[in-house]
Design a protein around this ligand. Structure first.
Ligand code: G3I
Length: 322
């Protein structure tokens, strides 16, 4: 049997989990989550796609439900995410070209959301996934088109800083461990915005892996990102068994998955203490994963559908005990 020691009791840094509001009302979910995790990230209900209504109004019912659950169980909240190329609500897109009204509306949004959770949220993904998938450079988005690449960083980060002087303010991206060009572009953009005086104070590495990622790749990526000297959030880890396709058996892919979870925790725990912001997995049980919604055969997380710890969980415990 797998030693189900509470993860949060083994780690000197927060261990986070992604959640939806429906989970906060499900005792099977809440008891297991509160046992092992000390931080909570809203999987989607604190994004513009949920908060911003067609008429431009904001709705916080589900964000508040998650915040209240976190507060009730002594968990930190992590704010995800304020500005994202994948969320371009009509209420913003239709604002006229005049920069001021668009900039004012974005500033107002960031101020309202960050201000609402001030004191509970330990940090925010202020700008999510700023780099193109092919790694060739910064993405083009409604936000960058209207305010400029550095400009939209300045507006969003400065508004977040003003709304919560204590929150760690992140940018956050994925495939940094498998696409060297994307990591290089991410580093260049971070350098550029830091040089422009943007109050970026944390770096997110989402860590959505496939089980055939070569050993050592993620460790090297975390070392490169730690070079900025800022807090690192390993922010959305899961390890898909499906995309790999290179394994002789399900067992082999589950062992590869466990090895990667162990490597990730070992590499994160090896960071300087002041750079260990949090280690977050993107869901509690395999059935809760966005990946399993895409392919029911997948099993990317630490707990199985019945909430039992898997080999991946044991690998994380072993890494924390080293
Ligand atoms: O639950 C509702 C359902 O009631 C409704 O009928 C249905 C159709 O509107 O929507 C369902 O909500 C969906 C939700 O996932 C839960 O399944 C939302 O539409 C859908 O947009 C949402 O997708 C989320 C996605 O980001 C977009 O926000 C995923 O849960 C979430 O895992 C995914 O997370 C992203 C990170 O934010 C950034 N990094 C990549 C990661 C994976 O794509």
């Amino acid at each position: 049997p797998i030693d189900a020691t509470p993860l949060k009791s083994l780690a000197p840094f927060p261990i986070g989990v992604a959640a939806q509001a429906l989970h906060a009302a499900d005792p099977a979910w809440t008891d297991l989550a509160a046992t092992h995790f000390s931080q909570l990230t809203a999987e989607w209900e604190m994004k513009m796609e949920y908060i911003v209504q067609p008429d431009g109004g904001f709705r916080f019912d589900r964000g508040d439900a998650l915040a209240n659950f976190a507060r009730s169980r002594g968990m930190r909240l992590f704010g995800h995410t304020l500005v994202w190329y994948a969320n371009e609500p009509e209420a913003f897109a239709r604002l006229d070209e005049r920069r001021q009204s668009f900039e004012g509306a974005l500033r107002n949004y960031v101020t309202a959301v960050v201000g609402r959770y001030r004191g509970l949220a330990s940090g925010w993904d202020v700008i999510n996934e700023p780099i193109k998938d092919d790694g060739s450079g910064p993405r083009d988005s409604l936000w960058s088109r209207r305010l400029g690449q550095v400009g939209h960083f300045k507006v969003a980060f400065e508004a977040a800083r003003a709304a919560d002087p204590d929150a760690v303010l992140f940018t956050n991206d994925y495939h940094l461990e498998s696409k060297p060009a994307k990591l290089a572009s991410y580093q260049r953009l971070i350098d550029e915005v830091l040089s422009a005086g943007v109050p970026l104070t944390g770096i997110g590495c989402q860590t959505h892996l496939i089980a055939d990622l070569p050993a050592g790749a993620l460790t090297r990526t975390l070392k490169v990102l730690a070079g900025f000297g800022l807090p690192i959030h390993l922010s959305e880890m899961d390890v898909s068994l499906i995309h790999g396709g290179l394994f002789a058996s399900r067992r082999d892919s589950e062992l590869a998955q466990a090895r990667l979870y162990g490597e990730a925790m070992e590499a994160f725990a090896a960071l300087p203490e002041r750079q260990q912001f949090a280690f977050t997995v993107w869901g509690l049980r395999d059935r809760d994963s966005w990946l399993t919604r895409q392919n029911a055969q997948d099993a990317p997380l630490l707990f199985d559908d019945r909430g039992q710890p898997k080999a991946a969980f044991a690998a994380v415990v072993d890494a924390l005990r080293r």
